[in-house]
Design a protein. Structure first.
Length: 68
């Protein structure tokens, strides 16, 4: 039986939502192995002078638990 764990991670980027999601994966991969999926729970942007200045994502990252 597979056991999975879910953690919530916030990510951001000045480039795009896709880049913000990739930043979440890149950072999570530094300490989490076996990432299976990333669910995008919420997306938002910051605006300065009528332009998007930052893309933000609230994600749920699912990964496998290593068994003994």
């Amino acid at each position: 039986m597979a056991v999975l764990k879910v953690i919530e991670i916030l990510g951001n980027s000045t480039e795009s939502f896709e880049d913000a999601i990739q930043n979440v994966i890149d950072e999570a991969s530094k300490s989490v192995r076996n990432i299976k999926s990333v669910y995008i729970q919420d997306m938002q942007v910051s605006v300065k002078e009528s332009k998007i200045s930052e893309y933000r994502v609230n994600t749920k990252v699912t990964f496998g638990i290593d068994g003994d």
